[in-house]
Design a protein around this ligand. Sequence first.
Ligand SMILES: *Cc1c(COP(=O)(O)O)cnc(C)c1O
Length: 525
Amino acid sequence: MSINQSGWRPTAPQAGGAGAPTFTGNKALMLEEALIFEIGDTETTGVDFTGVAAAPAGDRLGGLARSAPIGLPGLAEPEAVRHYTRLSRQNYAIDLGLFPLGSCTMKHNPRLNEKMARLPGFSDVHPLAPVDTVQGALAVIHQLAHWLVTLTGMTSVAMSPKAGAHGELCGILAIKAALEKRGEGHRKVILVPESAHGTNPATAAFAGFSVEDIPATADGRVDTAALIARLGPDVAGVMITNPNTCGLFERDLKTISDAVHAAGGYVYCDGANFNAIVGRVRPGDLGVDAMHINLHKTFSTPHGGGGPGSGPVVFSEALTPFAPLPFVEQTDAGFRLVEEENAEDHHADSFGRMVAFHGQMGMFTRALTYILSHGADGLRQVAEDAVLNANYVLRSLEDTLDAPFARSGPCMHEAIFSDAGLAEGFSTIDIAKALIDEGFHPMTMYFPLVVHGAMLVEPTETESKAALDQFIGALRSVAERAKAGDQALKTAPHFAPRARLDETRAARKPILVWKEPTPVAAAAE
Ligand SMILES: *Cc1c(COP(=O)(O)O)cnc(C)c1O
């Protein structure tokens, strides 16, 4: 029985929002929307199918023909369009406003990138198309690879990993292959600073290494002395994020790399924050052996509920022989794809493959467009402006919010604050929720773990001063209310489609399956 036939209607929107509730539950342009199961019915369809010609005699489905309704909700076309458009308006997007998430580089995606990615020669390309029919697409991959190697000062790049975390795995597998080739597969420890992104220790553990934490110093950087003291014959390498997740540049990275190499290990650099140093610093000069680049952060391709990621990994000379396949090579006869490990291609030591095909073509096209449209000077300015904007946020708010590393000097691309100084009982989450009422996506909260009640703000270079000033004003106002103990903050957000949720319950006991409610009439019988 369909829901509409049963006479059941979605319940009125939950109370708790500010302002008088309306008949519909809508608040002007903020439109309530029930689940598609609640508004759809099994009799309606937005598609007209032509009638099926009479089936030949006999049961072609082996007795598996459906005998009961499938139970999927149906909507007429305009209803379906409205349903998804209404839902999309309940979401936040970089195209709506500043997205202060730290460690994510949520910046504007130039429309030119989209235009290029939609050219049929790129958007319709098939990974199994004969190589001589896709020379242009291979040229894009090859040219992007060239610029990634150039910008990082490294020797080679694996283009196929599909996100940052996937790139980390790629780099660590190359390190593992290199150690095994040397007969040192017994090196099982990877050192990771305690401020690391959670994907770092997860990657090392997934690849079969054991992870040991290296403490941070009071100024927010890795404790170089502690790290060097821990090096030894059981250490495979280190994973260090630079700039790090406290928004600071690891000034000792070259010293660390030299010590790690001298002790027989490798240096993996988490390059997710490359946005802050692109065009200014080449990780290859700092002794890095492998580093992933999040194209979807540094080179602007959409992410965060949008497009797919892409995490190419650049390698030093030492790790290049172990890089995964496939890759594109330029020959006199055009571009060719190297897909097999064999001695003749000098790739006998490759650790294998990360993915079935060649990586994210759409992301490659967007990233190359971004690089070419900015040029060398433009990319350098990206880094400079990202750092300038973050320092503007840091210095504008350090009189209101505790900024634990403000004394360590300028920050890189991220400003970090703590919850010290808020009124008794108030925490970072109250500030984050009140920012939703102010029309902003919250910043990264409670990360990195080394800062109590951390608020990590990455404004990026694509925000104007006016946009930054508005965000700073909103954050200042909310922080002052949290310091004054404004109780209304405890139940924020008040103007969002949903008020404060029980997030622990939502995470621990999520209701993922919709069940048809008992019709009122049936329940009364
Ligand atoms: C985003 C990020 C990652 C993971 O990248 P994904 O593309 O999300 O897998 C790893 N480390 C740092 C520091 C990051 O910011």
